[in-house]
Design a protein around this ligand. Structure first.
Ligand code: MN3
Length: 341
């Protein structure tokens, strides 16, 4: 906790001048080509409105929602992991900013028409061919009712997968439930992405878009995603039984630190139940280790002892020792406290 706070403080000091100067934490990425560069597949007017009005509006509203909050200095990915928990302003505008930034970066008038290297191999191994991947993505985009996106993404198990999401959601978000990971290719299927040229014919837009997808850029995104520590954070966040235990722990431990023993005395039975559910849950592959197995077993034993102590109306001092020990055990599994909880 302390180390992380120190890091935030250092970054805060480094960037505080910038924040004060431009009054915003997130900025619009420069478009790497002109508005008419993707003609005839995407028309100049659509590009201009999409980038300078729609994307800009998500960005403005994101910075407005973050202004003066603790989350103001968090990296965008950290914000999005807990998007649903943070509420619709962050979910919609943070998603809108992230998704469009990705979209612009994988489009190009003269990009690679096919993937190469590891991405090419893994597409073939996962989807049998590039054509069948495109068909899957187009089917997902066609089936998406109303506004949304279709994604090629990397799962926490380092596999390629396809999903679609409503509105400005994406696989990084808690809202994405069973389809969590880091997107490397996204296609915007909001009407604002195609209506001026294609009107209601989403299928024609989906046929044309492949002419301007730059597979080299997607390949770079793939390499970055595979090496991105956020993948492991997403995997842990998707481990619902751990999150549920964490909620009870943080809502009882932190009050106790301030001398308030009411929450833990009321909820020790619930804490034990959550520990038992955690022990019965499927441990994500990258968390499977003898140390974690032991820590989970210790968590059940420790929660049972604490609950017994509280039922016997044990003294505050003893409850405190027991809860501190349990909290330490929990952090063997969870890692350091983050500012998210
Ligand atoms: Mn859009």
């Amino acid at each position: 906790m302390k180390f992380r706070n120190l890091i935030f403080t250092v970054f805060g000091l480094l960037f505080v001048g910038q924040f004060a100067a431009n009054g915003q934490t997130h900025t619009l990425p420069k478009l790497p080509y002109s508005y008419d560069a993707l003609e005839p597949y995407i028309d100049a007017q659509t590009m201009e409105i999409h980038y300078s009005k729609h994307h800009q509006a998500y960005l403005t509203n994101l910075n407005k929602a973050l202004s003066g909050t603790k989350a103001e200095k968090l990296p965008l990915e950290d914000l999005l992991i807990a998007a649903e928990r943070r509420g619709p302003a962050i979910r919609n505008n943070g998603g809108g900013h992230y998704n469009h930034s990705l979209f612009w970066s994988i489009l190009s008038p003269d990009g690679a028409k096919t993937p190469n290297g590891k991405l090419a191999d893994d597409i073939k191994n996962t989807f049998t061919s590039l054509d069948s991947l495109k068909k899957l993505l187009n089917a997902g985009a066609t089936a998406r009712f109303g506004s949304g996106w279709v994604w090629l993404y990397v799962t926490p198990e380092n596999k390629l997968a396809v999903c679609s999401s409503p509105n400005q959601d994406n696989p990084i978000m808690d809202a994405s439930k069973d389809n969590r990971g880091i997107p490397i290719l996204g296609i915007d299927v909001w009407e604002h992405a195609y209506y001026l040229k294609y009107q209601n014919k989403r299928g024609d837009y989906l046929g044309a878009i492949w002419n301007v997808i730059d597979w080299n850029a997607v390949g770079e995104k793939y390499e970055q995603a595979l090496n991105n520590p956020v993948l492991k954070v997403i995997e842990k966040d998707a481990w619902q039984a751990l999150t549920n235990f964490h909620t009870v722990m943080s809502q009882t431990f932190h009050p106790m630190e301030e001398g308030k023993f009411g929450p833990i005395r009321e909820r020790s039975g619930e804490m034990l139940a959550k520990a038992q559910l955690l022990a019965a849950s499927k441990v994500p592959s990258s968390f499977q280790s003898p140390a974690i197995t032991k820590a989970i077993a210790d968590l059940v034993d420790g929660s049972a002892q604490l609950d017994k102590l509280i039922k016997k109306k044990g003294k505050d001092e003893k409850v405190k020792d027991s809860l501190i020990k349990l909290h330490d055990t929990f952090h063997i599994i969870q890692g350091l406290c983050s500012d998210d909880h």
